[in-house]
Structure formats: C-alpha cells, structure tokens
Design a protein around this ligand. Sequence first.
Ligand code: HEC
Ligand code: HEC
Ligand code: HEC
Ligand code: HEC
Ligand code: HEC
Length: 187
Amino acid sequence: MAPLTRILQKHGLKFLLLFLLLGGIYYLYGYPTKYQGYAPDQPIPFSHKIHAGEVGVDCQFCHTSVDKSEHAGIPDTATCMKCHSQIASDSPDIQYLRSSFAQGVPMRWNKVHDLPDHAHFSHKAHVARGFDCVQCHGSVEKMDKVEVVAEFNMGWCVNCHRMYTEQEHPAGNNTMVGITSCGTCHY
Ligand code: HEC
Ligand code: HEC
Ligand code: HEC
Ligand code: HEC
Ligand code: HEC
C-alpha cells in the first residue's frame, strides 16, 4: 500500500486533472444525448406522415427558407389555409386552425430541435452542399409527430465535419480544415 499512497500524494492532483479532462471530453463528445428522441406535443396534431408522406407536399413548400437562410422556417397559418379553407372542414383541429387564422393569432408550435445559443448552425450551407433533410432529421415524412433522430450533440456535428475534411483533402493539403475549428460553430 505504501508506494501507492506515495504516488497518490505526489501525483494525486495530476490524476484528478487527467480525470477531469477525460470527463470533459466524454461530456462534450460522447455524452448520452440530451435531445435524441425528444418529440413534444403540438397545439394541434399536425402530421408529416399525412402531409409530406401521403399527400406528398414538398418540404420546401412549407419550410421555405431552408435553402436561403440559417433557419428552415415554420409555415404560417396562411400556408395551411391554401388547402384547409376547403379540406377537412369537419375536423375540430381544422376548425381551431381556421378560427385562430380568422382572429390573426399565430399557432404556437413547440420547438423540437433547439441548439443552445452559443452554437451556430446554418441550413443554407448544408443544403447548398447537397445534404438531404433525411440525413439529419430522419424520415420525417413517416412521422406523425416530429422527433429528434440524430444524436444532436457536438460530437455529431464535429464527426461529420471531420469526415468531410478528411475525405475531400488528403492530409497535408487540407483547405477545408476550417470547418472543424471551434470558431466555425461558436462565435
Ligand atoms: C404542409 C406543411 C409542411 C410540410 C409539407 C412539411 N412540414 Fe415540416 N413542419 C411543418 C409544421 C407546421 C411544423 C411545426 C409543427 C411540428 O413540429 O410538427 C413542422 C416541423 C418540422 C420539423 C421540426 C421543427 C422543430 O421545431 O425542430 C422538421 C425537422 C421538419 N418539419 C422537417 C420537414 C421535412 C424534412 C419535410 C419534408 C419531408 C417537411 N418538414 C414537410 C409543416 C410542414
Ligand atoms: C397541400 C394541401 C395541404 C396543406 C398546405 C396543409 N394541409 Fe393539412 N391536410 C391536407 C389533407 C389532404 C389532409 C387529409 C384530410 C383528410 O384526411 O380528410 C390534411 C389533414 C390535416 C389534419 C388532420 C385533420 C383531421 O382531423 O383529420 C390536420 C390537423 C392538418 N391537416 C393541419 C394542417 C396544418 C396545421 C397545416 C399548415 C402548417 C396544413 N395542414 C397544411 C392538406 C393540406
Ligand atoms: C446537416 C444537418 C441538417 C440538414 C441536412 C437539415 N437540417 Fe434541419 N436542422 C438541423 C439542425 C442542427 C437544426 C436546429 C437548429 C437550431 O436549433 O438552431 C435544425 C432545425 C430545423 C427546423 C426547425 C426550425 C428552423 O428554422 O431551424 C426545421 C423546420 C428543419 N430543420 C427542417 C429541415 C428541412 C426541411 C431540411 C431539408 C431541406 C433540413 N432541415 C435539413 C440540421 C439539419
Ligand atoms: C452530415 C454531415 C454534417 C453534419 C451532421 C453537420 N455538418 Fe456542418 N457542414 C458540413 C459540411 C460538409 C460543411 C461544409 C460546407 C461547404 O462546403 O461550405 C459544413 C459547414 C458548416 C458550417 C459553415 C457554414 C458556412 O456558412 O460556411 C457551420 C457553421 C456548420 N457546418 C455547423 C454545423 C453544426 C452546428 C452542426 C451540428 C448541429 C453541423 N454543422 C452538422 C457537414 C455536416
Ligand atoms: C461543427 C460545429 C462545432 C464545432 C467545430 C465545435 N463545437 Fe462546441 N458545440 C457545438 C454544439 C452544437 C454544441 C451544443 C451541444 C449540446 O447542446 O449538446 C456545442 C457545445 C459546446 C460547449 C458547451 C457544452 C454544453 O454543455 O453546453 C463547449 C464548452 C464547446 N462546445 C466547446 C468547443 C470547443 C473548445 C471547440 C473546438 C475544439 C468546439 N466546441 C468546436 C458545435 C461545435
């Protein structure tokens, strides 16, 4: 025992720091995901399975700014009324939708995905790059209620950025290395 106690006395602080460092890395990169599986209820049960799946409405018909700005955008009620001024009149949910539209009260959709403010994401950059919604959001057109599908933590973002950096530029000649630096997402 004696040698162990001596090692601990001499190096205990270093062990502690190493432990904290490993813990920190685990927390940032491997931490069991905070958001994966999150699927909040909505004021009325809007179904992507009906709209994007069965009816076959294009994602960008409703999420109009996904290729133009950071945010994909959530459609206003006027977009819904393009169809629901006619369709499904018997449904209490549609009657609620119409009456809130008539009163000019916006629907209060609960956010499903929500990164902390210190982390920046841009739809425009990823969509322009050719990524499909399904790569990050899963098969939304099969969901009655939208759910966070990806790990959705820092490790998830950084792993993909690292993969693309390596794929596109062999080591030593790496001009895309920028997307793995902290300042890309934290500014
Ligand atoms: C008819 C309009 C409409 C269409 C078409 C549509 N969406 Fe949506 N989408 C909405 C509305 C309204 C919400 C907010 C309510 C909710 O979360 O279900 C939403 C929410 C979402 C969310 C979650 C937003 C958040 O808060 O994080 C994602 C992701 C999403 N849509 C992706 C898609 C994808 C991918 C497609 C195409 C396969 C698509 N949507 C097609 C209207 C639409
Ligand atoms: C392109 C046309 C179209 C648009 C735009 C559209 N819907 Fe629909 N919606 C439909 C169709 C078609 C159905 C299926 C109707 C049925 O089964 O009787 C439906 C069904 C629904 C239902 C289920 C109604 C029920 O109780 O059976 C809800 C709720 C709904 N839509 C909400 C919305 C909301 C909210 C928006 C806007 C974000 C929206 N819809 C935009 C076409 C549309
Ligand atoms: C590279 C991954 C990635 C791709 C590809 C992607 N998204 Fe997202 N999406 C995200 C992230 C990350 C967030 C959360 C952003 C935040 O909270 O700031 C998000 C949030 C959303 C939201 C919530 C509202 C908003 O304006 O941000 C909607 C709606 C959405 N995405 C729709 C789409 C649609 C539709 C597509 C395909 C055209 C798509 N996304 C492609 C990663 C992605
Ligand atoms: C599926 C792979 C993938 C995922 C997941 C991903 N990214 Fe990216 N991201 C990329 C690629 C590739 C680029 C470089 C795009 C280009 O060529 O300009 C990029 C570029 C960016 C940029 C630079 C945008 C600009 O304006 O130049 C930011 C910021 C960014 N990503 C943030 C994030 C964040 C935050 C997440 C996680 C929430 C994330 N990304 C998830 C692949 C991904
Ligand atoms: C590709 C985008 C991206 C890059 C590059 C990136 N981060 Fe992050 N970072 C994120 C996202 C997204 C989150 C939020 C994760 C969450 O909420 O689970 C985050 C969270 C954090 C947090 C806070 C953890 C918390 O619990 O809120 C710290 C600290 C952090 N990052 C530091 C760094 C440092 C240091 C670097 C450079 C070595 C870096 N990040 C590079 C996207 C990125």
